[in-house]
Design a protein around this ligand. Structure first.
Ligand code: HDD
Length: 686
């Protein structure tokens, strides 16, 4: 075979030259600007001969590709983010001099990243887990990062336990599973040995651990912070994000199935909502209190395993966050974003919470191994949007070109007419003054000793159905634990938390209830807080909800169209689902579907409509995807609106009439809710 012949591909052959002129911005070049003439073929000695080392185009391309990945975050590796703004609606200059709270209507750009904690970057979106809720405010006095979670408390009280906590929850050291899940021996071993984890544990085992959407999660700064005004007066503060769409969650079977139906369920939901202009929004609310109030509480405000109920210190809404722009590039922005709790601005300060204090080191430190350079602050997503200047110089990947000789401070170069560079300013960040004295001690304060009263408060504050979900979730997780002594130790703590919870989990597992653990401090009964329950506060709205309209041959076109437009004018979205996506003949004309039935199970939606003729329903009653579509919607406590013809499918799916099962006209109202009362009829809950 002659070795200098080539064949012509559709995209041109090796001999074809790029039509664009050198220097054209559309011209493909190497990283050093040399125009590339052929991006299909490597340079060879003869058409079938060996590739030449000389091929700098090939080498550069492969070299860059080989190094495209950076270490993923050690925790919170899987995340999705968006740009937006914070708008101050109620200024609080008398409480904090932070510029973002200065004036009504003032807008501060933000970049917000949501994440799961345990799974790797390529893991799924809907496992049971705490969710990260990290907001970077680009204020005009520097970046403030509020690096919080969707749960207002944390597993541990002291940062020294963080590596142990994370090692225990991540995939086990020898077998490298399970991915993204806490239902395994090592996690429950750790938590059973550390009862301080119980409060966050009960939140994570509740429906808070399986949010319906990133747009429907609360966010919390977790720690107590300080707010400081221009006079240097300080108050304590806890930060809360409240979603405009209300807090909504999956139920467990639904979130597990959503994982199979769409790995990227939350990521896609966030992206698509922003693309269609349905901008997610949260209120920022503050709990502001002083030392006297802190002293009056039966728990320590420096202990990150404790909340202050809203009924004790009410929330004051000071602004709103709107996310209105998806990132242009996932890697450059979302992956390279670096959040640091140590990023505070004048007007916001830390407390001595020992968990927070440890975080102040960890996040700065981790960026060096993740982003590879101390200059990670120069990456556009991390750089402040206000001017910044200091005498820090050089380092890997330095992109700033500093002029002149001034790289030290103080200097007197200005006496010689040279630029002296930046100097500290009196109006800069001042740490809130605080008297500190005491012995050096490696101990926990006694005020941190009560690990049971607040998880008991949570248990007492939620609905019966939510309690059943918690007991069932713990039963499920412990059923995956293989070490008997670990299960028993967990149960011994649950008994102290609440006898009922311990008994229900023991019954669910079918094992004896062991002796109760001996608490370091006996729990007390705190006043119930209704704000802690999702179901008590479930918003009756179609806003943000996705309704599937299942149709097939012969369905009523006008019924489909009027339902779709009614859903959309109520702020929801409607997706048309049919056995085939191509044109389907209806009673009048035809219609294409947005999703094929087998690929669009009802777990992806909040409610379903069945607009079907009797014939179509008879046919679909023999189709497992259609039966599963309806029986899952029913089992996941969703509203089902059905045309008369759909009865055969309803019957096959085992749907019984209740408030959530209506005709098509009734669906608009019914789809605003879930039907918790239906659940005991359908599954055994602990
Ligand atoms: Fe953390 C990431 C939230 C305790 C060490 N954490 C990280 C992220 C969130 C939180 C939302 C992801 C940020 C992003 O999107 O990039 N972490 C929390 C909360 C905590 C908490 C609410 C307790 C109140 N974390 C905590 C402790 C330590 C860390 C006690 C270490 C002592 N966290 C890290 C980290 C990460 C991180 C290893 C991984 C990637 C990163 O920081 O930038 O440094």
């Amino acid at each position: 075979m002659a070795d200098d012949k080539s064949y012509k591909t559709e995209r041109g052959n090796a001999g074809e030259r790029h039509q664009l002129a050198t220097g054209d911005t559309q011209a493909m070049t190497t990283n050093f600007g040399v125009p590339i003439s052929d991006n299909q073929n490597s340079l060879k000695a003869g058409a079938r001969g060996p590739t030449l080392l000389e091929d700098f185009v090939l080498r550069e391309k492969i070299f860059h590709f080989d190094h495209e990945r950076i270490p993923e975050r050690i925790v919170h590796a899987r995340g999705s983010a968006a740009h937006g703004y914070f708008e101050c609606t109620d200024p609080i200059p008398e409480i904090s001099r932070a510029s973002l709270f200065a004036e009504k209507g003032k807008k501060t750009p933000v970049f917000t990243r949501f994440s799961t904690v345990a799974g790797g970057a390529g893991s799924v979106d809907t496992p049971r887990d705490v969710r990260g809720f990290a907001v970077k405010f680009y204020t005009d006095e520097g970046n403030w990062d509020l690096v919080g979670n969707n749960i207002p408390v944390f597993f541990i009280q002291d940062a020294i336990k963080f590596p142990d906590l994370i090692h225990s929850v991540k995939m086990e050291a020898d077998r490298a599973y399970p991915q993204a899940g806490s239902a395994h021996d090592t996690f429950w071993d750790f938590v059973s040995l550390m009862p301080e984890t119980l409060h966050t544990l009960i939140w994570a085992m509740s429906d808070r651990g399986i949010p319906r959407s990133l747009r429907m999660m609360e966010g919390f700064g977790v720690h107590t912070f300080k707010l400081v005004n221009a006079q240097g007066e300080e108050q304590f503060c806890k930060f809360h994000w409240r979603p405009k769409l209300g807090t909504q969650s999956f139920i467990w079977d639904e979130s597990a199935k959503a994982q199979g139906a769409d790995n990227d369920f939350h990521r896609r939901d966030l992206w698509e909502a922003i693309e269609r202009g349905d901008y997610p929004e949260w209120e920022l609310a503050l709990q502001i209190f002083d030392q006297d109030l802190a002293d009056s509480l039966p728990y320590d405000v420096l202990d990150a395993t404790k909340i202050i109920p809203e009924e004790v210190v009410p929330l004051r809404v000071v602004g709103r966050m709107v996310l209105d722009r998806n990132p242009d590039n996932f890697f450059a922005e979302t992956e390279q974003s670096a959040f640091l709790p140590s990023n505070v601005v004048p007007g916001i300060d830390f407390t001595d919470d020992p968990l927070l204090q440890g975080r102040l080191f960890s996040y700065l430190d981790t960026q060096k191994s993740r982003l590879g350079t101390t200059n990670f602050h120069q990456i556009p997503v991390n750089a402040p949007k206000c001017p910044f200047a200091n005498m820090q110089r050089d380092g890997m990947m330095q992109t700033m070109i500093f002029k002149g000789r001034a790289n030290y401070e103080p200097n007197s170069l200005n006496d010689a007419g040279e630029d002296p560079g930046p100097r500290p300013v009196e109006a800069g960040f001042h740490t809130a003054e605080q008297r500190v004295e005491g012995k050096k001690l490696r101990i926990r304060p006694e005020s941190f000793a009560d690990h049971y009263s607040q998880p008991r408060l949570y248990w007492n504050s939620v609905t019966d159905n939510e309690r059943a979900h918690i007991a069932s979730a713990i039963t499920f997780e412990l059923s995956k634990v293989s070490l008997d002594h670990v299960r028993e130790r967990v149960l011994s703590h649950l008994r102290v938390l609440h006898e009922d919870l311990g008994r229900r989990v023991a019954d669910g597992l079918g094992i004896e209830l062991p002796e109760a653990a001996e608490p370091a401090k006996a729990p007390i009964d705190l006043d119930v807080s209704d704000a802690l329950s999702i179901q008590k506060n479930w918003p009756a709205t179609l806003e943000g909800r996705q309704i599937a309209i299942l149709f097939d041959e012969g369905s009523s076109k006008s019924e489909i169209e009027s339902l779709k437009s009614a859903v959309e004018s109520a702020g929801g979205t409607a997706m048309l689902v049919a056995p085939k996506v191509g044109g389907i003949p209806l009673d009048q004309g035809e219609m294409t579907a947005d999703g094929q039935l087998a690929g669009s199970p009802s777990v992806l939606f909040d409610a379903v409509a069945l607009v079907l003729t009797g014939d179509a329903a008879q046919k679909l009653a023999k189709n497992s995807a259609a039966i599963g579509f309806v029986s899952d919607a029913y089992a996941h406590l969703k509203a089902i609106g059905a045309s008369e013809g759909a009865q055969a499918l309803l019957d096959k799916a085992g749907v019984e009439k209740d408030d959530g099962v209506t005709d098509i006209a009734g669906l608009l109202e019914a789809a605003k809710l879930r039907y918790w009362d239906r659940e005991p009829k359908l599954r055994d809950l602990a």
